[in-house]
Design a binder for this molecule. Sequence first.
Ligand SMILES: Nc1ncnc2c1ncn2[C@@H]1O[C@H](COP(=O)(O)OP(=O)(O)O)[C@@H](O)[C@H]1O
Ligand SMILES: [Mg+2]
Length: 237
Amino acid sequence: MTDVPLVLADGIVRRDALRGQTLLQSTTFALHAGDRVAITGPSGSGKSVFLRSLALLDPLDAGRILWHGAAVERAAIPRYRRNVAYIRQRPALLDGSVEDNLRYPFELRSYRDSRFERARAASLAAQAGRAADFLDKRASELSGGEAQITALIRVLQLAPEVLLLDEPTASLDPESSRAIEGLVHAWFDADPGRHASMWVSHDPAQAARMSERHLTMRAGVLDEAAQAASAHQEAGQ
Ligand SMILES: Nc1ncnc2c1ncn2[C@@H]1O[C@H](COP(=O)(O)OP(=O)(O)O)[C@@H](O)[C@H]1O
Ligand SMILES: [Mg+2]
């Protein structure tokens, strides 16, 4: 097994151009296949800014992101975002049915090599405890939990390598939160040699359930105090 990280943030910085404030201090961080990371920290400390930077959703002010050891060129960003997927707290769904939402990515250019598979989508919905008619529901009539389940299935059916989960269950009922955790667990366990996750949570119990590596963010500074020393020792040491 190689020790090249799936994703390496190499001195990345984010600033608020308007106010000249640094939102994310220079951060170097490696995410390896098999890592399950939790991030906690006060509200406004930069957790979302960091995750969105890792996902290449917002422009970096310094540093770079390496994916499998190589810088992500502009033309490769759609492919990167497909593999390093960001899940936001409040999912954005289109009008139409759940199935319309799940079909939508396959209309985009970067997903042209794959096709929507209804059976697979239905099986993910069943895993999340949804009834057989879930795919036919109107997106506008979903509960918050069902909307988040839909958003997660939309990403999972595209077989990402990395999930960046930004407080995905923060405003959900316990049953939906468990369904989201279950989907992420099942996805991770399907291929731990290829997958890694980062989960921002304000719930320490959830962070413990969903990770072995714990980071904290404070005023734009990422800290990895609690990383297990054995997690990524070089072979033979
Ligand atoms: N695009 C942006 N432009 C300017 N300031 C931002 C932007 N995004 C976030 N911020 C600010 O950066 C700080 C960290 O925000 P955020 O990462 O959302 O915190 P949290 O840890 O709660 O996720 C906050 O002060 C927020 O107002
Ligand atoms: Mg946030």
